[in-house]
Design a protein around this ligand. Structure first.
Ligand SMILES: [Zn+2]
Length: 186
């Protein structure tokens, strides 16, 4: 009888301890999940406040993925998977979000081009920049940092206009920047 009682106590102690460990594990996992979930949504809310890439920006050619627009340099109709901006006051071009410069290049059709990778699968591409590019591949930039100046270097699109051809990718696909940039509030 004495032995049986001890066995029962031992049995209870062992499984009671296991049950406690189980409850604590679940509680910790829930706490971690809730904390991570909250901080993630806060971070993405903050980082997804896009800045307009030029001061006093004026849209000279809008985004269109179906409607053809006339390219008067190449004399042809084409879709336009970006927005062309100009500004009468300032040629500065700014990063639309915090990010990392993934490429700086140039060619005669698009001029100097800077690509910046951001959170949530966004990549912004700035072309028709002058050779005075202020960032290098690998640089970290903050939203609003000046990366260069608009120019007429994109030979496929601009003759003597100083302009920025701006493209926004989401998960590798061009998206309409109007859905992300608050162009009514520039
Ligand atoms: Zn363009």
């Amino acid at each position: 009888m004495e032995i049986k009682t001890n066995k029962f106590k031992n049995f209870f102690k062992r499984y009671g301890a296991l049950a406690l460990v189980g409850v604590f594990t679940v509680a910790i996992a829930l706490t971690v999940a809730l904390t991570v979930g909250n901080s993630t949504s806060q971070v993405s809310t903050n980082s997804l406040s896009f800045q307009i890439p030029m001061n006093n920006a004026e849209v000279i050619k809008d985004y269109s993925d179906t409607k053809l627009q006339y390219n008067d340099v190449l004399n042809r109709w084409e879709i336009h998977l970006g927005i062309d901006f100009t500004s009468s006051t300032d040629t500065s071009v700014m990063s639309v979000l915090d990010g990392t410069v993934t490429s700086v290049s140039n060619n005669s059709l698009e001029g100097y081009i800077v690509e910046i990778a951001h959170d949530d699968g966004f990549v912004s591409i700035y072309s028709s920049l002058s050779e005075n590019v202020l960032v290098n591949e690998g640089d970290e930039v903050r939203r609003g940092d000046k990366i260069g100046d608009a120019s007429n270097s994109a030979g496929r699109e601009f003759d003597d206009e100083t302009a920025l051809h701006f493209v926004l990718l989401k998960d590798g696909v061009e998206v309409d920047p109007n859905n992300y940039l608050d162009l009514g509030n520039k």
